[in-house]
Design a protein around this ligand. Structure first.
Ligand code: CP
Length: 312
């Protein structure tokens, strides 16, 4: 039985809790294609999205997930809100909490912002990405996609390539995947990987060929082009030549390797177009699975609130 008020990261979730989300997401995935089955028990529940950073996939899929479950959904448009008058994060959240949101889904550039709100609000909080810390539902949808295709996590070689240092997606995936018994390898330019990632239980390398050899899963990460200005890589073309995922690199992996990317993709930079659109790519499956996983997360948190008698 689910008993957590918030979902702020995968670091603190148990194996059982991760599997509970993934199993419920499987049932939710069937509802996406069946309009009649979509409406569920969440009528009269209220979901609020607060995105201090831009998003296409995460915000839209959370909104659709909540709507598919029958909940009311509202968005605080940050650019037209009193955040622009200087209202603090904590005051903003406390005011919205007072209006009766059952779940607040938050993306913020500051590490720990959702944790702070979770501690100070009665509403449940879901971290939709905080700084360079975690993006738990992205990792959960990645894990769902991997499990759907490989049927297991134990013993899989999963390689994550790119700007590891600034990637909340990589961190959440390392927490989740290593917990489930996968072997995670992080690969990228040495300016984009910190050695402390090793302490999280992943292997770390700048040797891309060795990383990809016999891989079951390859996850490419978006190169945050703003990092180029900070001198982390000299030239996009050079990055693409040295660390881009292309057919030649893919030939080193297992024949049935699956290729994933959280999006948005810089086509031809971190991944060539023939790989993005190729037979091994599950990038669009990930997007659909994201709706199912977010339905599962919303449903479990709402059930947890009911089970624990928490109201807003
Ligand atoms: N993967 C992801 O977080 O995409 P968005 O930034 O579009 O939400």
């Amino acid at each position: 039985m689910w008993n957590r008020k918030d979902l702020v990261g995968l670091k603190d979730l148990s194996q059982d809790q991760i599997m509970e989300i993934l199993e419920l997401a499987k049932a939710m995935r069937e509802k996406i294609d069946n309009k009649e089955a979509r409406k569920d028990s969440l009528k009269k529940f209220s979901v609020l999205t607060l995105f201090y950073e831009n998003s296409t996939r995460t915000k839209t899929s959370f909104t659709m997930a909540a709507e598919f479950l029958g909940a009311d959904v509202n968005d605080l448009g940050i650019s037209t809100s009193s955040v622009k008058k200087g209202e603090s994060l904590i005051d903003t959240a406390k005011n919205l909490d007072q209006m009766g949101a059952d779940i607040m889904i938050m993306r913020h550039g500051m590490t720990g912002a959702p944790h702070l709100i979770a501690k100070n609000c009665r509403g449940s909080v879901v971290n939709a990405g905080d700084g360079v810390n975690e993006h738990p539902t992205q990792a959960l949808l990645d894990m769902f996609t991997i499990h759907e295709h490989k049927g297991k996590f134990q013993g899989l070689k999963i390689v994550i390539i790119g700007d590891i240092k600034h990637s909340r997606v990589a961190r959440s995936n390392v927490f989740g995947l290593t917990k489930m018994g996968a072997n995670v390898v992080l690969a990228g330019p040495s300016t984009m990987i910190t050695s402390n990632m090793k302490a999280l239980g992943a292997d770390v390398t700048s040797d891309l060929n060795a990383a990809v050899k016999d891989a079951d899963v390859i996850i490419g990460l978006r190169i945050q082009l703003e990092r180029q200005k900070a001198g982390m890589f000299p030239d996009i073309r050079e990055y693409s030549q040295l660390f881009g995922i292309n057919k030649k690199l893919l030939s080193l992996a297992k024949d049935d390797v699956i290729v994933m990317h959280p999006g948005p993709v810089n086509r031809g930079v971190e991944m060539s177009t023939d790989i993005i659109d190729g037979d091994n790519s599950l990038i669009l499956d990930q997007v659909k699975n994201g709706v199912a996983v977010r339905m599962a997360v919303i449903k479990l948190l709402m059930e947890g609130r009911k089970n624990n008698g928490i109201t807003n």
